[in-house]
Design a protein around this ligand. Structure first.
Ligand code: ZN
Length: 434
């Protein structure tokens, strides 16, 4: 057949087999509420074309999806969101119209996300609050020279991004949030430390957004908590990572950093979430000193973790994790285990194990700051006054501890900012000189 003949045959075949028009379907609708925005995610069968319209009086948003049909219920929980109701209709016989009736004005951002390992194609509708509720930021009075060390605790993933999935449908985002909450409680119980949760619920925060929140909270340290999957289900062990400005320290480290950096693709980065600091960060000289300290705190945490978990590697590993790229905040990423490993998934599902893991991270970080106190903090002042520390165990009383160290209860109370005689298991006290 001639070249022209082949082309003609192909054209005829295309005309004969082509469906009348491609039709996308909306298969599911999910909603996530974050402190400053509401995210509506539509799972669609294939990439679709859409247009949006914002109307007021009353406030509403219209999204028209070309050649699309609805296969999902629109009955989704709308509590705490500015959405009053979701209505749908068919336009021009083939387009799907989605109308969101709102209780207040919002800033709208609509974009599509391509299919990934864990999700299919999606249409994301973000409704940003016009007056964001003020976040509780760990700002401290200027006259207080004994400030707290601010610990930013970052539970990885969240919302649209479940993170890694383990056997029995265990989700990384849930496991790490539980560990983060345990860790928050431990720091909250410890005078001289102030925990700040980077995400406070089940919603996605971009990797750059996490660093920004840590900076806004004036964090002294940023701890990102994960429990990732590996291609080989045999892979096991906990690890601690710091940033690498060059290559990764192992192929596993490189693999995990790539996975983590892809979180924005799954979780959805909005137009405003573009990472502009990255390039300048890498040339910043302060990065080197921050990195040194990150390695030290990482070693301290790893030293504690070996008591509760098998370690993947006996030293702090390094790779180009985007979430760790704060030039001035000591940052580590803790992989609490491989959720893809059936034994570790079972452990991570157990609340006692999660508590032990949180305790190991807490002790490692706390010990680091007691050994390397930051000037102007309560911890630094306590070190000057006493130096010895004691961690409260079950059955301890303030009077018992005072007797044991031959100091007065009052001296312990004032050194540790304790009112009354209530002490908590796991709390670290600095013991004044006798
Ligand atoms: Zn992760």
């Amino acid at each position: 057949m001639s070249r022209f003949g082949i082309a003609l045959a192909l054209l005829l075949a295309a005309v004969l087999i082509a469906p009348p028009a491609l039709t996308a379907t909306v298969e599911d609708i999910r909603v996530w509420r974050a402190p400053d925005h509401t995210r509506l995610v539509l799972d669609v069968s294939e990439p679709l074309k859409y247009s949006t319209l914002e109307l007021d009086n009353p406030e509403r948003i219209v999204v028209d999806m070309i050649n699309t049909t609805l296969k999902s219920s629109t009955d989704v929980p709308l509590t705490n969101t500015p959405i009053k109701a979701i209505r749908t209709g068919v336009r021009a016989g083939r387009n799907l119209r989605l109308v969101l009736d709102l209780t207040e004005q919002v800033r709208l951002e609509v974009f599509t996300l391509s299919a990934t390992e864990v999700s299919g194609d999606r249409l994301v509708i973000d409704l940003f609050d016009l007056e964001p509720k003020p976040r509780i930021i760990a700002s401290q009075p200027d006259n207080d020279v004994k400030r707290d060390i601010v610990v930013a605790i970052d539970a990885g993933h969240g919302g649209e991004d479940p993170g890694a999935l383990g056997p029995g449908n265990i989700q990384e985002k849930k496991v790490v949030f539980a560990i983060a909450q345990e860790l928050r409680q431990l720091f909250a119980n410890t005078p001289g430390f102030r925990p700040v949760m980077i995400r406070t619920g089940d919603y996605y925060v971009s990797l750059a957004g996490r660093r920004k929140l840590a900076r806004e909270a004036q964090a002294d340290i940023f701890i990102s908590i994960h429990a990732d999957a590996f291609t080989n289900p045999q892979a096991n062990g906990a690890s601690v990572f710091a940033l690498s400005l060059r290559g990764a320290s192992s192929t596993t480290a490189q693999y995990l950093a790539q996975r983590e950096n892809a979180a924005d693709l799954v979780g959805g980065v909005t137009i405003a979430g573009k990472d502009d600091v990255l390039a300048s960060v890498l040339t910043d000289l302060s990065m080197t000193s921050t990195l040194d300290r990150s390695m030290q705190v990482g070693s301290s945490v790893l030293g504690e973790m070996k008591n509760v978990a098998r370690l993947h590697k006996p030293k702090v590993e390094q790779a180009g994790f985007a979430v760790l790229k704060s030039p001035d905040i000591v940052s580590i990423l803790v992989e609490t285990g491989f959720i893809s490993n059936p034994t570790e998934a079972r452990r991570l599902a157990n609340s006692q194990y999660r508590q032990k893991m949180a305790n190991a991270i807490f002790t490692g970080v706390k010990d680091y700051f007691y050994s390397n106190p930051i000037a102007g903090t309560l911890v630094a002042w306590q070190k000057q006054q006493g130096g010895r520390t004691y961690t409260i165990t079950k059955g301890d009383t303030l009077s018992g501890i005072a007797q044991r160290f031959k100091v007065s209860e009052e001296a312990i109370r004032s050194l540790n900012n304790i009112q009354g005689s209530r002490i908590l298991v796991g709390q670290t006290l600095v013991i004044p000189r006798a």
